[in-house]
Design a protein around this ligand. Sequence first.
Ligand code: RB5
Length: 156
Amino acid sequence: MQASADSTDIKKLRVAIASDHAGFEQKTRLVAFLREQGLDVIDCGPEDDNRVDYPDFATKVAYAVVGGLADRGILVCGTGIGMAIAANKIAGIRAANVITPQMAALARQHNDANVVSVSGRFIDPDVNEQIVTTFLSTDFEGGRHSLRVEKIDALD
Ligand code: RB5
């Protein structure tokens, strides 16, 4: 299935990003990648690869997004799973654990995901750059997906 409906000018987006120790290396790379393109990036940490607990950092990004400091959030842990589970506990967050650029497009088009969570251990950094670029540049399709997203939000 083809899924590419890029239309958002990503340079205008404010993005919050965080990782745990397992995602630190790729988080550092993604911060540089996004800043090189002129995005406003809030790095919510950590500042080194010492062992940390991923919920502490997932929630920093989640609160930045629901609080309006950031338009979108990016999370990186070993798998992307724990970060997504933690972020989705915060009302208003729709975090998607994504492993391909096509899934990133669909997370935006169908689910209006406002946070993407990626794997620092199992996904190549170049693929994660593509995932993040697609996630930031793809719009929600609305239409038949709107009521479904409203029903998700009603669960908060
Ligand atoms: C840390 O070892 C690992 O559990 C974490 O990065 C993440 O993969 C959890 O979902």
